[in-house]
Design a protein around this ligand. Sequence first.
Ligand SMILES: Cc1cc2nc3c(=O)[nH]c(=O)nc-3n(C[C@H](O)[C@H](O)[C@H](O)COP(=O)(O)OP(=O)(O)OC[C@H]3O[C@@H](n4cnc5c(N)ncnc54)[C@H](O)[C@@H]3O)c2cc1C
Length: 559
Amino acid sequence: MGAATFAAWRWKPVFRVSAARAATAPPNFPNSIPLYQQAFTNWAGEIQIDALWTCAPRTASDVVTVANWAQAYGYTVRPRGAMHNWSPLTIRPGSNLDHVVLVDTTQSLNAISVDTTSAPQTVTAEAGALLVNILEALQDHGLGWVSVPAPGDITIAGALAIDAHGAALPAVGECAIAGTTYGSLSNLVTSLTAVVYSPAQGQYVLRTFARADGDIRAFLTHLGRAFITSVTLQAGANARLRCQSWYNIPNAELFAPAGAPGRTFESFLANAGRVEAIWFPFTNTPWLKVWSVAPTQPWFSRAVTAPYNYSFSDQSDPRVLSFLSQLVQGNTAGTPAFGGLMLSIVQTGLIVTGTWDIWGWSKDLLLYVRPTTLRVSEGGAAIITERRQVQRVIHEFYDWYQTRIWYYQAQNQYPMNGPVEIRCSGLDQARDVLVPSSGSPQLSALRPVPTHPEWDTAIWLDALTIPNTPSAFQFYRDMEQWMLANYSSYALVRPEWSKGWAYSSTAAWTDTDILQSRIPAAYKTGYPTDDNFDSARETLDRYDPYRLFSNPFLDTLLA
Ligand SMILES: Cc1cc2nc3c(=O)[nH]c(=O)nc-3n(C[C@H](O)[C@H](O)[C@H](O)COP(=O)(O)OP(=O)(O)OC[C@H]3O[C@@H](n4cnc5c(N)ncnc54)[C@H](O)[C@@H]3O)c2cc1C
């Protein structure tokens, strides 16, 4: 692999060209707001644009100014946070970007304040505030959330756009902490402020929606079809957690059929409620992380006081780089050995860093994906079902996935070289919301299903592979089609918005049947006509009739 190819793996949007020096600057852009051309890249580098007009508003009213300028000059406005998304929700590659301005909220729109006098206690964050900083502020006030995404360097608005979730369910007998949710972060929102069109004033303005306002249900998870400037979320008492790792439980035992004896996924779930399995291809013992509530430090647990404790999960190992260089040359035969290498790095790393059993505040245990981790593609889905079906869902997936990678191997093909990730969360339950509420986020994968009130759990199944791995799209298509067929009676499949879905055999986010039929149906069947996928779309259209906050992909998905 040449130096240029390696650079692509770590490509970062570093350079800036100021508007004053560029020939094609957007006309009459408000000169009080910094404007420059900057590169854009998403997490896995599959969307890379060398130079996009980007501005950095200092206040929410600056965003309104940009919106009204955009409406007058025929531009669209794309909010952007940390650019850690996979799906083309910010911009669609290949589309005409001549009249697009990105709005970077991370520069200045990142204030955070905690209110411990309100009931429930809340945190208010501007759109670009990072999750890690919000959790830090909550922790300083004795507060926290029970279920949060694994990376801390994502913005709160970026996280809410895609119904960000963690990996937590209550252990059997565990009492929920008031003010928190096992569902998505969107379900914690008590109010938010968005930039919306006011027909009365004939311009875009700021509008704050309370959770009791019916229209907020479309904004709580909006896929980038709105612009949020700040948000207030409820919180509950912070908790100390313990996280224990295992790497010696055979797949066949952990992912056994439902009801099997032994160390099954469902047995850990019953005991602790918080479980993640990372299963590297062609290996027999996954890396299992189990978090449990532990108010006092267990005797054998090591106390930690900062997040990102698994330092070995970085990509700097030369043997990993060697595999990547083989892959770039189209040589995938080393995939089984690579799976074994990744597992051995985990096994050694847990011991060398003393992290096989750690204990600390929830933030320091729940944030564990480092910004420097290997940047891979992910395709996956949320399987919504009843908690007692978790082991069945996982066993069926394990069985299918294993058979499928062997099927490809028999043809000398290795489309998947990253691990499978398996996690569970709760749903966006109404009972979790401690303020008057109009209901759950209409576009959240964790929206409860009215026709199945017993469905209370989501199993998040993700398969990871390095970008451009041959046959990966075909494999992802096989996987998605199998999921849709297999989980159609006792469960429901919804996309994990931030990742890969709607696969054709050559690309993600392109299958028209899934985009235009299967996905809307997963958010319409059984819901009232004034509270479903269509009503979310209509609400977002009504507040942005000029479609400033959209792109050609969203125009298709939310057509
Ligand atoms: C390594 C890794 C691990 C991850 N793990 C998890 C996980 O455990 N759980 C989970 O749920 N997710 C996870 N994610 C996905 C992540 O939560 C989402 O991709 C999230 O959208 C990233 O936020 P961001 O700030 O990077 O947003 P961006 O990628 O910048 O934007 C994402 C979307 O949000 C929109 N957006 C951003 N700001 C605003 C705004 N102010 N107003 C309106 N829309 C806005 C953008 O337009 C775009 O549509 C992971 C991602 C990575 C890379």
